[in-house]
Design a protein around this ligand. Structure first.
Ligand code: PAF
Length: 276
């Protein structure tokens, strides 16, 4: 495996790499990331991973400074997973001057849910992913479904900017008790970790009710929020949305749905979703 800290070095290697799959990450890799790497290998000759904690997708009061950075362990895991190249630029390499040019995602997509809780987040995600795609020029790029709204925004970005890359979505990797794997699970105490699967349970209950015909989304959401609050959570949202654009579904419609939630437990803000 080759480690590249500069764009020039990565580009030189990419020229010899054939069909490339890119897996962008912010590091602190867990089994969910490794599942993405293994899936990536099924789509390309060469897997390139990037590790970059992107300051501009974090709000001023968010966890950029304490976001876990574990490069040595990450490189070992990537090597074991068969990744050929890792792009791990520093901030100066990724943003040689303060970023002044952005792409503006559709406000309807980015002022709701995660975008309401984290203003500017998707603008920061969109620009860094656009830059990574331009740097690596992969045929395929892979993203996890755990960040469902991010995936929707990036699919639209690629389509509307006619970027020559196929986006592949990977199912969420879960612990045995259902908790979606996330770098932010590391913020949980042992007691909070035992409580954490309740978020998935709340979404599973909603999904089960909708699958068996319930269309009273507001009641299902309220029940889930109450259950979480009773156990010390501070929910930002629990909601049923249309998969395609994450807008509120008609109660009479039959379009594919997804139940999504974000809630704080102790110091951690956890997100999860289930396609219905
Ligand atoms: O999902 C993430 O880890 C990040 O948002 C991404 C896509 C690597 C962009 O910084």
């Amino acid at each position: 495996m080759q480690l590249h800290h500069t764009v020039a070095s990565l580009r030189a290697a990419r020229a010899q790499a054939g069909r490339v799959a890119l897996v962008p990450t912010m590091g602190n890799l867990h089994d969910g990331h490794i599942a993405l790497m293994r899936e990536a290998a099924r789509h390309a000759d060469t897997v390139i991973a990037s590790i970059f904690v992107n300051r501009i997708q974090f709000g001023a009061s968010e966890d950029f400074d304490k976001y876990p950075r574990t490069p040595t362990a990450d490189y070992e895991k990537l090597e074991a997973a068969g990744v050929a190249h890792v792009l791990a630029p520093d901030e100066k390499e990724m943003y040689p001057q303060p970023q002044r040019y952005y792409v503006e995602p559709d406000p309807a997509h980015v002022t709701i849910l995660e975008g309401a809780a984290r203003p500017g987040h998707f603008r920061g995600v969109a620009i860094v992913v656009l830059k990574l795609l331009n740097i690596v020029q992969p045929e395929v790029a892979l993203f996890g479904k755990k960040d469902y709204q991010q995936l929707m925004v990036l699919r639209n970005l690629v389509r509307e900017l006619s970027l020559p890359v196929e986006i592949v979505a990977q199912e969420t990797t879960r612990a045995a008790d259902g908790l979606a794997l996330s770098s932010r699970n590391g913020y949980l105490s042992a007691t909070e970790r035992l409580e954490a699967p309740r978020l998935y349970k709340a979404l599973s209950n909603i999904a089960a009710a909708v699958r068996t015909g319930s269309r009273d989304f507001a009641a299902l959401e309220a029940t889930a929020i109450q259950a979480l609050e009773q156990h010390g959570w501070r929910p930002d949202y629990v909601t049923v949305r249309r998969r395609i654009d994450l807008q509120t579904p008609a109660t009479t419609g039959s379009e594919p749905l997804v139940a999504l939630a974000a809630a704080r437990l102790g110091p951690a803000r956890l997100i999860d979703n289930i396609e219905i």
